[in-house]
Ligand binder design. Structure first.
Ligand code: NAD
Length: 331
């Protein structure tokens, strides 16, 4: 299938692009490279440096490439930044996203797989979190994801554009080939920060909050391997192509690990202690976020293969130790 992949030079998108090629699909990537890396896109796949805000350029891609589906990863995704700059988040994740949807309708493209987030739930009332859990996002980032899901529902009703929204929990790890991995600037994700500290790229790991109501006092999260996210995207695409109706699915392992536990796993994997310091809690960080991904397992037939946290951290380490500076300078 010809698939337009927005944000395909980013962390999750690039892993999906590699797997789409391996599965015989024909992806074309559009990315403004604000956060992504040209080097993450496989050679042989067209990477068009386009901003979603550029309506003419976007429309031109639809005309020339005639995609049959869109996978939409592009967006701004830092919770803290969204608290300070909500305008940027609503503009990029909603206005630019709406422009993409309008372009799809205009060019009669009726299938989208969208990167949503666990941030749509906010502070959980109970865990594991199912898709029916109340949605009360605590940041403009989470709100932008939830509003976009609402737009998708309306676009299905009015224009027949069917979609699957995948609510990822914490994406982690790197491609087993060792060729692509996580390289965000700024990096806000725990596992890369721990591994960068192990590599001496950072002085210490700040542990935000050690007085949460968890066994060791640190926050608990559900880590899902980026290749398992990728396989879910390909299943979601198949689901829509088989005529499936619009759906939302959580993607997580259904198991929570505290910051302290991840640190211990990482110390075992890298073979040395990693310096830490205690820091204040960050506003809006729930104590525990753990997914129920039963619906994706039942409906999509999703079978995550990285269910062991040691293997997730090992795969991330394999990338970081061989790419201590990530992809290096932007091309
Ligand atoms: N990484 C996670 O743990 C996680 C968790 C939940 C949801 N998500 C969502 O998944 C998606 C991908 O996440 P990621 O970690 O790969 O992020 P990322 O920042 O690595 O990738 C996003 C890509 O989109 C591009 N982009 C941003 N705005 C654009 C625009 N206006 N036009 C064109 N390109 C644009 C960036 O250059 C980047 O390459 C995001 O939408 C994010 O909100 C990620």
């Amino acid at each position: 299938m010809r698939i337009l992949v927005t944000g395909g030079a980013g962390y999750v998108g690039s892993h999906v692009v590699w797997d789409l090629v391996a599965a015989g699909h024909e992806p074309v990537v559009i990315d403004n490279l604000s956060r992504g890396h040209a080097q993450a896109v496989p050679s042989g796949v067209s990477l068009l440096q386009i901003d979603l805000a550029d309506k003419e350029a976007l429309s031109d891609v639809f005309e020339r490439f005639r995609p049959q589906a869109v996978m939409h990863f592009a967006g701004s995704s830092l919770v803290g930044e969204s608290m300070k700059h909500p305008e940027l988040y609503f503009r990029n994740n909603l206005s630019n996203g709406l422009q993409l949807l309008a372009c799809m309708v205009e060019h009669k493209v009726d299938k989208m797989v969208f990167s949503s987030s666990a941030a749509v739930y906010g502070e959980p009332e109970e865990v594991p979190i199912t898709e029916e859990h109340p949605k009360a996002p605590t940041s403009p980032y989470g709100e932008s994801k939830l509003f976009f899901e609402s737009m998708l529902r309306r676009f299905d009703y009015a224009y027949g554009l069917r979609s699957v929204s995948l609510r990822y929990f914490n994406a982690a790890g790197a491609h087993p080939s060792g060729r692509i991995g996580e390289d965000h600037t700024p990096e806000t994700h725990l596992i890369p920060i721990i591994l960068q500290t192990a590599l001496g790229k950072r002085e210490e790991l700040s542990i935000f909050g050690t007085d949460y109501p968890t066994e060791d006092g640190t926050c608990i999260r559900d880590y899902v391997h980026v290749c398992d996210l990728s396989s879910a995207h390909i299943l979601a695409l198949q689901f829509l192509d088989d005529g499936g109706r619009s759906e939302v699915f959580n993607l997580g392992n259904g198991q929570g690990f505290s910051v302290q536990q991840i640190l211990s796993v990482a110390e075992k994997v890298v073979g040395k202690p990693i310096p830490t310091r205690r820091a204040e809690r960050r506003p809006g960080d729930p104590a525990v976020l753990v997914a129920s991904a039963q619906k994706a397992i039942d409906v999509l037939g999703w079978r995550p293969s990285f269910t062991d946290i040691d293997r997730i951290v090992e795969s991330a380490w394999n990338w970081h130790k061989n790419h201590p500076d990530g992809y290096g300078p932007r091309q």
